[in-house]
Design a protein around this ligand. Structure first.
Ligand SMILES: Nc1ncnc2c1ncn2[C@@H]1O[C@H](COP(=O)(O)OP(=O)(O)O)[C@@H](O)[C@H]1O
Ligand SMILES: [Mg+2]
Length: 312
């Protein structure tokens, strides 16, 4: 991967002594890079240091070949678009006016800012809301406007802090699809505390835990490396003795329920069902439970990640 944003050994100690980030390194190139971790794990602080909004206590960040905190820092900052968790808008201006304003403060001339703003509203699917006041936009529309605003400078890198938090599942999916589309042409870095979202949409995930990155990689390889085996759960009425099944290990057996663990659920499933039926089981339901990034987090930290039950 050709990294357009890369950080080495980032560390932040706040004046009150809080060590918010403790040696984080990452690389983001074209595609969707997701910072996943519970609240307080250091995602926002890492992003703010990376985009030039918060000075690191130690460590280096490079964007588009320039050091963010070096003498050419403005070049690095100019190639990034950043949207904080609650992007500030002028509520009494319209969506279009807000974007134009974002363009003007970036030094884009008025006519060009208008042209770009209209194009971006269309890109993020907000063309219908152009003349609505920001106060009248739904949560999902507001997030899409924030993304449009961060695109006004035509950045190579887009850094978005929890763009989907607080949205309903439909609006979340809509937003992730937009992010995927944007990530086809540039580096997009997004944070989320919901493992299922990272798992489904990320090209590459950095798992944050207490100010550190504890694992990184494509979701599938993280799951393969760190997650426990899949489970096949059979419910119904079980015979006295469990059958032994090739490629699966019995982990629970009682009159109403059998659970087998396997690293090859698709291969083991037919043999398992056959074995249970041959042994005299009456099956009402058979379910394969595949582990995901939530199980990876649990396996690595011993703590349940946030957003598991509420995750979409
Ligand atoms: N300005 C600050 N002063 C002191 N501590 C802070 C400050 N900002 C964040 N923190 C602390 O740093 C840690 C990481 O926070 P943050 O980067 O916001 O995590 P996340 O975005 O993953 O929720 C938390 O313990 C948080 O309370
Ligand atoms: Mg945060």
């Amino acid at each position: 991967m050709d990294a357009v944003l890369a950080a080495r050994g980032l560390r932040k100690v706040f004046p009150d002594g809080t060590v918010a980030v403790d040696g984080v390194s990452f690389e983001a190139g074209r595609g969707l890079t997701v910072f996943m971790g519970p609240n307080g794990s250091g995602k926002t602080t890492t992003m703010r240091m990376s985009v030039g909004a918060l000075r690191p206590t130690a460590g280096e960040v490079e964007a588009c070949g320039h050091r963010v905190w070096g003498p050419e820092g403005w070049r690095a900052r100019a190639c990034m678009g950043y949207s904080p968790q609650d992007a500030p808008f002028r509520d009494r201006l319209t969506a279009l006016e807000n974007l134009v304003w974002y363009g003007l403060v970036r030094g884009i001339p008025l006519g060009e800012a208008r042209r770009r703003a209209r194009g971006l509203l269309e890109l993020v699917g907000l063309e219908g809301g152009a003349s609505k006041k920001v106060a009248e936009l739904s949560g999902g529309m507001r997030r899409r406007l924030a993304i449009a605003a961060s695109l006004m400078g035509d950045p190579e890198v887009l850094v978005l802090d929890e763009p989907t938090s607080g949205l309903d599942p439909g609006a979340r999916l809509h937003l992730w699809r937009l992010l995927r589309r944007l990530a086809g042409e540039r580096a997009v870095v997004v944070s989320t505390h919901i493992p299922a979202e990272a798992e489904e949409h990320a090209d590459r995930v950095y798992i944050f835990h207490r100010g550190r990155v504890i694992a990184e990689g494509p979701p599938a390889s993280l799951i393969e490396r760190h997650a426990p085996r899949a489970r096949i759960v059979a419910e119904g009425s079980m015979p006295e003795r469990p059958p032994s099944v090739a490629g699966a290990v019995l982990v629970e057996w009682n009159p109403g329920r059998a659970v087998y663990a396997t690293s090859d659920p698709d291969g083991a499933l037919p043999a398992l069902v056959e074995g249970l039926l041959a042994a005299g089981a009456r099956l009402e339901r058979v379910e394969v439970r595949r582990p995901g990034l939530a199980e990876v987090y649990l396996a690595l930290t011993g703590e349940a990640p946030a957003g598991v039950s509420g995750g979409g």
